[in-house]
Design a protein. Structure first.
Length: 319
């Protein structure tokens, strides 16, 4: 994912959510609809989330220093995780509480045309934001399904905006159903039911975001395609005969650490090994530009020792 593409999607979502939040709170003031209050808080939470993503992206661009020699790229994951917490507490839990209170003490929806009009406007605005997020995500998505993209994306911004906008559209439909049934039946309890539905939806989305960003925070390896490119670039069949073992780790969405033990010919000289490592690093960076930090350890492959099984004193997976 390009950082600029993610930023465009975030800015589009931020502008839409701020406008929608104001409209929803105005509609709540005139109608007293708990669905509108829950949706207003939802849009306010989404706006705060987009600000968090922008701040995280800016802080992640800081240069590496002595205290953080691998840079600050993973700050984007931290802010992505904060988004899930805000969405869960400020959006989901509040909506669940408000829905429960409205069901317990229902009252009719006044001036129904306010919430209906605002919800229609919100659907159009959220639709524009969602369309922008989909458009910016397509290059990074490739041939993957949308579920696979959200599950495997290394950059948190676009999956977060996609899920927020998708959830917002479904939440607006639930709010329309709740308000509509409350007006048609004259029973305000339906407004509370719609609010509860919004709360359950937001909690589910927040949990999905938390699980995915937690995995990124713990440290994920390169994707299958990137791993294949790195393996192919390391082994040239001459100076590097095979990869004995390899580990990769995302230091940030667009920064990958590669550490590998490579097999070199037994007769290679020190100068030859140094040249081999330099050439292998150049090949890897050309094949996978995100591989910015590369550590290669040369060794002589011993087939008999490899067949005997792992050496408990060796690095796990090594031989």
């Amino acid at each position: 994912m390009s950082t600029s593409g993610g930023s465009r999607a975030i800015v589009a979502a931020l502008g839409a959510n701020l406008a929608i939040a104001v409209a929803k709170f105005v509609a709540f003031a005139f109608s007293g609809s708990s669905s509108m209050l829950a949706e207003g808080v939802h849009s306010l939470a989404d706006s705060g989330n987009q600000v968090l993503l922008l701040v995280g992206g800016r802080r992640a661009r800081r240069a590496a220093d002595g205290e953080h020699p691998f840079g600050y790229g993973r700050e984007r994951y931290i802010y992505g995780f904060l988004v899930s917490i805000v969405l869960f507490t400020l959006g989901g839990v509040f909506a669940l509480y408000e829905g429960y209170e409205k069901i317990r003490t229902p009252h009719p929806v006044d001036h129904w045309y306010w919430p209906v009009g605002v919800l229609v406007f919100a659907v159009v605005a959220e639709g524009f934001s969602f369309r922008t997020a989909v458009h910016e995500s397509r290059p990074a998505k490739g041939d993957r399904s949308w579920v696979q993209f959200v599950r495997t994306a290394k950059a948190p911004e676009l999956p977060v905006v996609l899920l927020e906008d998708f959830g917002a559209l479904i939440g607006l439909v639930l709010a329309l159903i709740g308000v509509g049934l409350a007006v048609l039946t004259g029973h305000g309890v339906w407004d509370g039911v719609g609010t509860l539905g919004i709360g359950v939806l937001l909690v589910c989305i927040a949990v999905v975001l938390a699980v995915e960003t937690k995995s990124l925070l713990l440290g994920e390896s390169a994707g299958a395609d990137a791993l294949e490119r790195i393996r192919a670039a390391l082994v040239d069949g001459g100076s590097v005969t095979r990869i004995i073992h390899m580990r990769t780790l995302h230091l940030g969405p667009e920064e990958l650490l590669v550490a590998a033990k490579i097999a070199v010919p037994a007769e290679a000289t020190a100068a030859g090994v140094a040249a081999t490592i330099n050439a292998a690093e150049a090949r890897v960076r050309a094949a996978e530009p995100s591989a910015r930090v590369i550590y290669l350890e040369p060794d002589v492959y011993d087939e008999a020792r490899a067949a005997a099984g792992p050496d408990p004193a060796a690095t796990p997976g090594g031989r």
